[in-house]
Design a binder for this molecule. Structure first.
Ligand code: NAD
Ligand code: UD9
Length: 431
């Protein structure tokens, strides 16, 4: 068993730290966010992930996981800090990686390993992190191991996937790769694949998410084509997928989250060869406009209408609102000409404006003005289901009908029983 310091205790770092601790390693979980550190020290996790609270409690109670606001020496340092994307410049912000490297450098000893798990543009491990760590006077590959090991867990199923997914491990040399393999094989049940260098591992991670994003763009374009031919895109995709070599994804209101809308752009950081990939991004981002237009044309006008958006998390059964399509729809409605829109958080009252109400049973974000389901849909002219939360499949159509002003439901995730809703008197538009 080893000593490990995990840098960053968010969606990735916290489950990883708890996993390592529950497999017997001695783990320091370090984060720069003092409030988060205090909450975790008190045993309280701050985001919604099935099974995670109990998993973290187990790790803390075993004494193997200590949450700290200080970096400590450790045989392995794992970096799981954010790598946000600058929308304007279309470049990754790797300053958090540099800061993590600077925090590790004073503690780095010969024989230690530094593993970068954050998703980064190809070349970041070698070109950005390595020089920072070598400020210690130690050489990567010779004195300490340096590795990229991307994380591929699916939010909503993190603990299972952390154990069961295959891992890609790419060190700056073979010794580095082997050092990381020894750590991951202590808890990973999937296969461990090694690559000749760290840059390949970075690239592999990015093309996994790019594959998914591009495939969803195809589904979104097919959904628009299907509507032009007055056919059900979901049925058509389902039937097409009966072919052994066809696996089209599902259309929706756009692609949200911290990964799929961002990672494809990382591939273009040092290359001009994004073409299909950037078009796919535009198609997925364009779904918001498409849905707003559909609502407007079905209602005749958006002026004076009250629209309820159900689901501001980026996908079903999670609380993460990063790049949320539901919020983007709200922003889009808000940015319509000023005589037809009111701010997202407005509680109504402008006669000519669009009134936007938001509801989400999973999201606690205090900066959003969220309503109960009843308040959000009371007198609504249209309901847009923007997230496939389980709770929305349980909405009772007659009860909703009695509350709403008119009867339009846009089901962007195709989670409602269309015939039941139509029988209840609703106009249902499925994407
Ligand atoms: N969330 C996912 O589903 C997912 C999946 C695979 C990969 N990733 C990648 O993993 C990385 C982390 O993502 P996340 O979703 O866990 O982010 P997050 O924002 O949930 O957590 C990151 C944490 O790092 C902390 N932090 C910031 N700077 C720090 C520093 N210098 N030292 C220590 N802690 C610091 C923040 O306070 C925060 O708590 C990103 O690169 C992301 O792209 C995320
Ligand atoms: C390759 C892959 O699987 N990567 C996963 C992904 O995790 P994620 O939670 O971001 O991924 P999704 O569940 O795909 O959701 C993203 C958005 O796409 C919408 N969507 C989805 C499927 C579909 O057919 N049609 C859609 O419209 C959905 O509603 C949501 O808005 O990135 C993580 C970080 O790198 C990975 O770790 C994780 O493995």
């Amino acid at each position: 068993m080893s000593s490990v310091c995990v840098h960053g205790l968010g969606y990735i770092g916290l489950p990883t730290a708890a996993m390592l601790a529950n497999y017997g390693h001695t783990v320091i979980g370090y984060d720069v966010d003092e409030e988060l550190v205090n909450d975790l020290q008190a045993g309280q996790i701050t985001f919604d992930e099935p099974g995670l609270q109990a998993f973290v409690t187990e790790a803390l109670e075993s004494g193997n996981l200590e949450v700290s606001d200080e970096v400590g020496p450790a045989k392995y340092h794992i970096i799981a800090v954010p790598t946000p994307f600058d929308e304007e410049a279309k470049v990754a912000d790797i300053s958090y990686i540099e800061a993590a490297g600077e925090a590790i450098t004073p503690h780095l000893r010969p024989g230690d390993s530094v593993i970068l798990e954050s998703t980064v543009p190809p070349g970041t491990t070698v070109n950005t992190l390595q020089p920072v760590l070598e400020e210690s006077g130690l050489a990567a590959g010779n004195d300490f191991a340096l590795i990229h090991c991307p994380e591929t867990v699916l939010p909503g199923n993190i603990i299972t996937e952390l154990r069961e997914n295959d891992r890609i491990i790419g060190g700056v040399n073979g010794v580095s790769t082997e050092a990381a393999v020894r750590l991951y094989e202590s808890f990973v049940e999937g296969d461990i694949h090694t690559t000749a260098n760290a840059t390949t591992a970075e690239f592999v991670k990015l093309i996994q998410n790019t594959y998914r994003d591009t495939n969803i763009a195809l589904a979104n374009e097919l959904a628009q084509l299907a509507r032009d031919y007055d056919i059900d895109s979901r049925e058509a995709i389902h039937l097409a997928n009966q072919h052994p070599r066809v696996e089209i994804h599902q259309p929706g209101p756009g692609v949200g989250g911290h990964c799929l809308p961002i990672d494809p752009w990382f591939l273009g950081q040092n290359s001009d060869n994004l073409d299909l990939i950037s078009t796919a991004r535009e198609i997925n981002d364009g779904m918001v406009d498409y849905i707003v237009d559909l609502v407007g044309s079905t209602l005749g006008t958006l002026a004076g209408k009250q629209i309820a958006i159900l689901g501001v998390a980026y996908k079903g059964n999670v609380d993460d609102i990063r790049n949320s399509p539901g919020l983007e729809i709200a922003r889009q409605l808000q940015s319509l000409p000023s005589d037809t829109a009111t701010p997202i958080s407005a509680d109504g009252g402008q006669e000519a404006g669009i009134q936007i109400k938001l509801h989400d049973p999973h999201v606690q974000d205090q900066t959003l003005d969220l309503d109960s389901l009843a308040d959000a849909t009371d007198d609504a002219d249209a309901v847009i289901i923007a997230t496939d939360h389980e709770e929305y499949t349980e909405i009772d159509p007659p009860k909703l009908k009695s509350r709403m002003g008119s009867k339009l439901v846009v089901d962007t995730k195709a989670i409602l029983e269309q015939s039941t809703w139509e029988d209840a008197g609703f106009t249902v538009i499925r994407i």
